[in-house]
Design a protein around this ligand. Structure first.
Ligand code: BDR
Ligand code: CA
Length: 333
């Protein structure tokens, strides 16, 4: 199967980083551009982390475009308490060799699908600020992509950052609302935190397996998720840390992993008490569905894809602009 041509929008923290490895290193993805946005960390830090992650996969040739520095109408509430002050587990990663690209993320999100109509898949792993800003300029934006996959929401209303809300939607609910209003279920699929919580938890045994792989990518993935593991134990109560962005990326790369999905009409709450909550109308009288919601994924298939990808040695990319791949695993802690 040909690799899926991708644009990836990310607020690169530790799970985004693993998603980038999955897309960059396994042969299933063909990343044309990465765009960054404020979310887990400020946008400059997320850009740095995206560059480090791509370098870990041997892909310094992929451009990373910094985007919006704050949500549409609210101040940034980051998730540094989850992913670490640097978003990558605070393990002292060295700086990347490459730098962010001068073209703004929103310009890239608008122009690339016009240059390649119907060809590109957009995967969003972050608050939807960049995407909403692009939609305000081009309301037909989603029709220009082959498909849009978003790690967003919690369709069972069990939240991570708030009782009923998932972080990416909660962080910029006004942007998420613009996205749902522009979406159709044929073009836009959300993979929510409910999927991550059920089908993408790295148990103790999974963590040991990752550690044992011993490749630069596996070691990197293991070490940067250190603080998320603490958060999962203390706050969400999972049997390990979850990987929301990697499981969303896996669905985009291999849609056959989905075992349950539904189409529904979804609105987003911007109210104080229910900020970022999905309002899902499943009544027979509901408006026509606007989203496809992935509800369950083949856990074994997802993890095998993950382990297989991270087990591969880093192969320096041979395309133009490529640099030698450097394992980015920082000092031991
Ligand atoms: C989402 O929020 C972030 O903390 C993760 O990177 C993921 O995109 C999960 O709710
Ligand atoms: Ca993310």
């Amino acid at each position: 199967m040909p690799a899926v041509p991708l644009i990836i929008d990310t607020d690169t923290g530790s799970d985004d980083a693993v998603a980038l490895l999955l897309a960059a290193a396994g042969g299933l993805g063909d990343i044309r551009a990465v765009t960054t946005v404020a979310g887990n960390v400020p946008v400059g830090t997320g850009t740095r982390n995206a560059l480090i992650s791509l370098e870990t996969a041997g892909r310094t040739d992929i451009p990373v475009h910094p985007g919006c520095a704050r949500p549409m109408t609210r101040p940034l509430s980051s998730a540094q308490q989850v992913h670490g002050e640097d978003g990558m587990g605070d393990i002292g990663l060295p700086d990347p060799t490459a730098a962010g690209h001068g073209t703004h993320a929103v310009e890239v999100l608008l122009s690339r699908p016009r240059e390649h109509p119907g060809e590109l898949t957009l995967v969003t792993l972050a608050p939807l600020t960049n995407i909403a800003a692009a939609l305000l300029r081009d309301p037909a934006l989603f029709t220009r992509y082959r498909h849009v996959y978003c790690m967003a929401g919690a369709a069972d209303l069990r939240g991570n950052i708030a009782p009923t809300a998932e972080f990416n939607v909660w962080a910029d609910p006004e942007a998420a609302r613009i996205v749902t209003q522009a979406a159709t279920p044929e073009k836009v699929t959300w993979i929510g935190w409910d999927v991550s919580r059920q089908d993408a938890v790295m148990t103790e045994a999974d963590q040991r397996r990752l550690e044992r792989l011993g490749t630069p990518m596996a070691t990197f993935a293991h070490r940067i998720n250190r603080t998320v593991a603490d958060w999962a134990r203390d706050v969400t109560g999972l049997a390990g840390y979850d990987l929301p962005d990697p499981v969303a990326m896996a669905v985009a790369l291999r849609p056959g992993l989905v075992v349950e999905r539904e189409q529904a009409y979804v609105e987003i709450s911007v109210g104080d008490d229910t900020r970022g909550q999905m309002i899902i109308d499943r009544r027979v009288s509901a408006p026509a569905p606007n989203l496809t919601l992935v509800r369950r994924v083949d856990e074994t298939g997802f993890k095998e894809l993950l382990f297989d990808t991270l087990a591969t040695p880093v192969a320096p990319h041979t395309g133009s602009g490529a640099a030698t791949a450097t394992p980015r695993i920082g000092p031991s802690s």
